[in-house]
Design a protein around this ligand. Structure first.
Ligand code: OTU
Length: 643
């Protein structure tokens, strides 16, 4: 480890030969940290990442006279936050620096829950650690725990202070303790970075309401409809049930940009003060012991008049700038992209320089699509053409999240199979709200928009696979979905409650703060009865839980499931999904039957495979020289290594 005596001069000399402005910036910083003989690692990382940070920020703010001053202030702030970082986290920074793909292990397994609904409060989460270990979790996403308005807070996605915990859940000290206890148990804490908007009760919004000129510039606030009308010509409506368009009116007549609810005010990142202020909040959250930040609503982060104001190039520049800053001041921190948009756009957020991991909303939506159609076409195509990611990055694959299901497949992909995207979405919506003959699903509509025909689906995984209407295949269906999520690479994510088949929670409508948002139907409180049944094989919960344990344990023990690379395998049976997970000595072949009838894969299709292969899940040896038959909704993990 370099000490300051060696590294501070390095910092002041680092760029002298290459870039005069960087050199000036670095020597300014070197003077600032001169007395600190522990600052070596920080200085070293500045030398490594300042060029990238500056390059990104120049694109956003370089036209301003005060740019160098702004960047200098940002670095000084980052240094202040780094100093606050605990010795344990600094040690983690060093070990992660040396192992950048640690999260690609086949042992990596995620879980997500609401603190209050799952465990009451943060102490309850701490007490649940043995259960998280029983599940095999190595990653836990707690929904936003910060101070928020009451009762309407969008489940915490309207943040009133990034430095205070919602008192119903505990305190900042509790959150720090939970992070440390999880880390001790081998579980990385994941929290949201809700940086597109604050709540209207955040001090910045309160200032803006009072017409404080500094804070008015933090948001998009207009005296009349001229600019809102101009923007709204091109932007989508996200929560049309709540308010039309993208703006909400304040009591004094002004209009404020609110992509989501009226109480969620979009921040204006064209103002560099907003970038700096949120950078401070980001590093504060990192220092709580957070290892992954879920970058909420990334698509909306930058606005430009005359555009759709989604997925703009500046959004990427901005996230890369935050990433470079994290590499300097909190390098153990990684980003997860939450972009529930067209698959081409989802991909653009994923790189080691931007978001190292990303939700895979396409796989999620197509899993549900395939259950409805019993045809693997679209999912198989997605695995072949849209699955493999750049080195150093990974998907977060999932069956359900706390949000709605949006049918974000590419219409151009659908057309390849003569499927009309618009009509097909109408079908899927009907199917999942049980308005289609033969449907097993008990979902409910979310943001049903009669003008555009747009609609999304709410409902827990268990209710959507048929458990609620006692469909005999429901357990197998849910295990099938998880078998794909757990074998297709990256970080699989369990929506906690799914492992015991938690049903829809219609009682949410009795809660004033939740009644107008159907997503609460898929955010049930922990089902203690099912939880208690999980070891009883005579119950649904027990059968599901045993199946989940089998899947997660076999996966963790199978190195071929590390990383994310996958080779699509067309089974030639329209209902059977296929792919290979390559390993140094062969591969594991996954075959998954998405229909309620037995299905066969022809021997001819399997001719390049070894003569026989053990099924890692069922434990039997499968002869691949004759056609292979899968039971309804069965998955085979065929071990073709070293044979
Ligand atoms: C996210 O989702 C969160 O996951 C939601 O729970 C929040 O309500 C929202 O942001 C606001 O903070 O519209 O229906 O990618 O799909 O960002 C979910 C675009 C959402 C959106 C996504 C958003």
């Amino acid at each position: 480890m370099p000490n300051s005596a060696a590294s501070t001069p390095t910092l002041s000399n680092a760029f002298t030969a290459t870039d005069a402005q960087l050199a000036r910036m670095a020597s300014g910083l070197a003077r600032h940290i001169a007395g600190d003989n522990t600052a070596g690692p920080f200085a070293r990382r500045v030398v490594e990442h300042l060029p990238a940070l500056r390059k990104e920020l120049v694109q956003l703010y370089g036209h301003r006279d005060d740019f160098e001053f702004f960047l200098g202030g940002l670095l000084a702030m980052a240094y202040g936050q780094w100093r606050e970082r605990s010795a344990e986290l600094k040690a983690l920074d060093d070990s992660r620096d040396g192992d950048p793909t640690w999260f690609q292990s086949q042992r990596m397994l995620g879980g997500v829950c609401y603190i209050d609904l799952f465990a009451g409060n943060l102490r309850g989460i701490e007490a649940s650690i043995p259960y998280f270990q029983e599940l095999g979790l190595t990653y836990l996403h707690l929904m936003p725990p910060f101070k928020c308005p009451d009762p309407h807070s969008d489940g915490g996605y309207a943040v009133s202070s990034y430095r205070e915990v919602n008192p119903k859940l505990g305190s900042i000290a509790d959150l720090r303790r939970v992070a440390a206890a999880l880390r001790e148990a081998g579980i990385s804490l994941v929290l949201d970075f809700v940086f597109n908007h604050t709540s209207d009760e955040h001090a910045w919004a309160v200032g803006a309401k009072a017409r404080d000129p500094k804070f008015q510039k933090y948001f998009f606030i207009y005296e009349d409809r001229a600019e809102p009308d101009a923007y709204e010509k091109h932007v989508r409506e996200i929560f049309p049930d709540e308010h039309p368009g993208a703006f909400s009116q304040l009591p004094d007549g002004r209009w404020v940009w609110t992509t989501f609810h009226s109480y969620q005010w979009d921040l204006n990142y064209a103002n560099p003060d907003v970038f700096s202020a949120m950078a401070g909040e980001m590093l504060f959250i990192a220092n709580l012991g957070v290892e992954f930040l879920r970058m909420d609503a990334v698509a909306f982060i930058w606005k430009r008049l005359g555009t759709v104001c989604e997925n703009l190039p500046e959004a990427h520049t901005l996230i890369r700038a935050y990433n470079a800053l994290a590499r300097i001041a909190a390098p153990a921190l990684l980003f997860k992209s939450e972009a529930i948009v067209h698959p081409d756009d989802v991909l653009k957020y994923i790189s080691p320089e931007e978001c190292q991991i990303s939700y895979n909303p396409l796989q999620m939506a197509l899993l549900w699509n395939t259950l409805a159609t019993r045809e693997v076409n679209l999912l198989q195509h997605a695995l072949e053409h849209r699955h493999n990611l750049p080195a150093g990055t990974a998907w977060v694959n999932y069956v359900r999240s706390h949000d709605d299901i949006g049918w974000t497949f590419a219409d151009e992909d659908a057309l390849l199979f003569n499927i009309n995207g618009f009509n097909h979405r109408q079908f899927l919506n009907k199917f999942y709200v049980n308005r289609f003959p033969g449907s097993f699903a008990r979902g409910v509509p979310f943001q049903d928009n009669p003008t555009t025909g747009d609609c999304r689906i709410s409902g827990t995984a268990a209710s959507l696979v048929g458990l609620e209407q006692h469909d005999p295949h429901a357990v197998a269906r849910l295990l099938l979905l998880y078998s794909v999520v757990l074998s297709s690479g990256g970080v699989p994510l369990i929506y906690l409650g799914d492992e015991v088949g938690t049903l829809n929670y219609p009682d949410y409508i009795n809660d004033h703060g939740k009644a107008d948002d159907s997503r609460w139907v898929n955010r049930p409180p922990r089902d203690l009865t099912r939880h208690a049944q999980r070891h009883d094989p005579n119950t649904e919960a027990g059968r599901l839980y045993a199946g989940m344990q089998r899947l997660t344990k076999v996966r963790a023990a199978t190195e071929a499931f590390a990383g994310g690379r996958l080779i699509a395998f067309w089974s030639k049976n329209p209902a059977v999904l296929g792919y290979m997970r390559p390993a140094p000595d062969g591969h594991v072949l996954v075959l998954a039957n998405f229909s309620e009838f037995a299905q066969s894969v022809d021997a001819a299709v399997l001719s390049a495979m070894p003569a026989s292969a053990p099924d890692l899940l069922g434990g039997t040896l499968v002869n691949l020289r004759q056609s292979v038959t899968l039971a309804p909704y069965q998955t085979l993990w065929l071990d073709c290594r070293g044979r």
